[in-house]
Design a protein around this ligand. Structure first.
Ligand SMILES: [Mn+2]
Length: 340
């Protein structure tokens, strides 16, 4: 991945001139969102800046270890303080999202209203315009992009354990522990550099992936054994979970993280979806095993969403039954394979 010198020079200037820096990311922050914010935070901390991370809502509890000793505000819990922090900041970083709206309506609007300089660091397709943009859809994760930026700004020696832990967390979660979106040798070179700081991969892996509650594990078992529909002929499958089922298993944010991928463990399945009922919508995740099945396009065309070629999300505003009917028709028509 080649960064443009012009962007780095511009970024350097913006950082030098900024005192108060705010780092923002998307709603329902995942490992890459939190990791990229924290990696950048720990770097800027070395430069003695006044830094705040603002996340729209709480991160899943398995990511809290990254936010320990990090100055951060949860927007929905503290709107007033969060808004004031945005107003006071002379530089805003927009991380792991392609436009302000991905922070949710209120936080998104707040970011858009700000006149301060804004820098985008992301790997989703179709980004909006920012003062400086580091948008690399072919890179595994935003954390990997942050790695290259920091290395270019200050050299590899700048990485410490805090930066490395955060960036490693995002790279490993966004690649499903190095099982997809990581066909570039560069990502392993980046990880090798991070490991030189002395971080322990097994410890981080345990923190992130092996901290299920009993309820979460039971919910996973139930979803797979009772709520999985398979369409062998179309090589497709999906899991659907109603609100009352999520309530029964005391659903916590993050509990469905990775559940969609279990459908792809089936031999002969190339496209899958996870449908889960939320307050006024059906939340949807899509995955595919092949670039030819572009689930970003599919989510964009039919389900008010998008993301990446092989991993995307969307939402349906009808009832679960109606959404399922529509999806099943699309599966039968093989609409997930783009015809244009
Ligand atoms: Mn990401």
């Amino acid at each position: 991945m080649i960064l443009k010198n012009k962007d780095i020079t511009e970024l350097q200037k913006l950082i030098n001139n900024a005192k108060n820096i705010t780092i923002a990311t998307h709603i329902n922050p995942d490992g890459d969102a939190i990791g990229s914010c924290c990696g950048l935070y720990h770097y800027l901390n070395l430069l003695s800046k006044n830094i705040t991370i603002i996340i729209p809502n709480n991160a899943p509890s398995n990511l809290n270890f990254l936010l320990k000793n990090v100055n951060h505000i949860v927007f929905e819990e503290n709107v007033k303080q969060a808004k004031q922090t945005f107003i006071n900041s002379d530089l805003i970083f927009v991380m792991d999202m392609n436009n302000d709206n991905r922070s949710g309506d209120t936080m998104g609007k707040t970011i858009t209203e700000m006149n301060s300089n804004k820098v985008l660091i992301d790997h989703h397709v179709n980004p909006d315009k920012y003062n400086v943009s580091f948008s690399y859809p072919d890179v595994s994760s935003t954390c990997e992009v942050v790695f290259y930026i920091l290395k270019k700004l200050s050299g590899e020696k700048i990485f410490n354990k805090d930066i490395a832990t955060a960036l490693y967390s995002g790279i490993s979660t966004d690649t499903g522990s190095f099982s997809y979106s990581c066909n570039h040798s560069e990502v392993y070179t980046a990880v090798a550099s991070l490991l030189k700081t002395g971080i322990k991969v097994n410890k981080i892996h345990n923190e992130i992936f092996n901290t299920y509650s009993k309820n979460r594990l039971h919910l996973l078992g139930y979803a797979i054994s009772k709520k999985l529909k398979i369409f062998e002929q179309q090589r497709a499958a999906y899991i659907y979970l109603d609100k009352k089922e999520l309530d029964y298993y005391h659903y916590q944010p993050g509990d469905l993280e990775g559940v969609v991928n279990y459908c792809l463990k089936l031999d002969g399945i190339d496209f899958c979806a996870l449908l889960s009922e939320r307050d006024n919508k059906i939340k949807m995740s899509f995955r595919s095993t092949d670039e030819k099945i572009d689930v970003n396009k599919f989510a964009n065309k039919y389900w008010n969403g998008g993301g990446h070629v092989m991993a995307s999300g969307g939402k349906g505003f009808e009832s679960m039954n109606e959404v399922r009917e529509k999806l099943e028709q699309q599966i039968k028509n093989m609409d997930f394979i783009s015809k244009d």
